[in-house]
Design a protein around this ligand. Sequence first.
Ligand code: SAH
Length: 355
Amino acid sequence: MKPKGTKLNLFGCTKQELVDLALKQGQPAFRGSQVFQWIYQKRVTAISEMSNLPLAWRDQLESECVIKMPTISRRHVSQDESIKYIFNLDDGSEVEAVYMKMTKGVTLCLSSQVGCAQDCSFCLTASMGFIRNLSCGEMVGQVFAIAQDIDLPVPFNVVMMGMGEPLLNLKNLQRMLKVLTDEHCFSLSPKRITVSTSGHARNLQKLAESEIVPRLAISLNATTDEQRDALMPVNLKWNIKELLEICRHLPLKPRERLTFEYVMIRDLNDSDADAKRLIRLVRGIRCKINLIPFNETPELNYQQSLLERIEAFHQILNQARVTNTVRWSKGRDIGAACGQLARPTSEPGAHILAV
Ligand code: SAH
């Protein structure tokens, strides 16, 4: 809901919401669809330029609505060609998104909240605390602002792995999925969008059973509750057993797999025994595991697993035929890697991250 006295922002509305708006204002349903196309396909932000709408309705819309998205306040380009974008939001908050060139196309890593309430002890975003959820327009807007800045090839991939816990902003996330997959927007296949959660099992299930189901990733990061309680307080709510039980019964499409992320922290979760426990934990779940070498930052007292540990862990999983890849984060020189997105102190110069 919009606060009283402020204009409704049409940017971030789904097609259905615009159709409902048109109907409410005495217009036929297709007018809502036309507005959707102006905004997301023709990328027009002036209602007066929506030339196929009746003049009187354009005037009415102009007096009641705006079309506004986040603006880019700063950007940092990495040696690996990744770009970290810092966006300015209406209330003065800032969030970050990362553009990454992968071997197979482009991936955008987007934020879902300002700050984060999860308080994971190894993640820099946690130090901001939770400020607020992003609106649908603020999530979709990260993509549009990047597309205005550079030549964004379509289709591209989206990973909801920036700031925040997307499953604690489920309604807006689901609206975002509707917009990005709409044929009159980017028409992205839901398979190109990955939503990563720290482990909010109930909402994960809700998302898996909803209309548009993206790829699902779960940040597991530990193999015992003792370890995971210490790293990720969400484990006190959903422990490993409960989380994996729900994962085991998610309705996956044929050939679809879950992803488990596993951040590798030296002497903490990277032993042979951990690898063996991990194998037992995921047995029977159609999944792949992304091993993410921990990105060090001066603020946090954790270290990256040694290379030989990462390799040994990877081999133990291989021998058990558990599909896994070692994922080296991109944009490490510009504070754009996993777990480095935080307020402006994470910008280069403030401290060279690390990473
Ligand atoms: N809240 C969601 C979305 C954030 S995704 C989630 O937890 O999944 C961010 C990913 O980066 C998570 O898998 C997290 O475990 C990982 N991560 C966080 N800090 C990291 C760090 N310093 N080094 C490597 N990966 C990190």
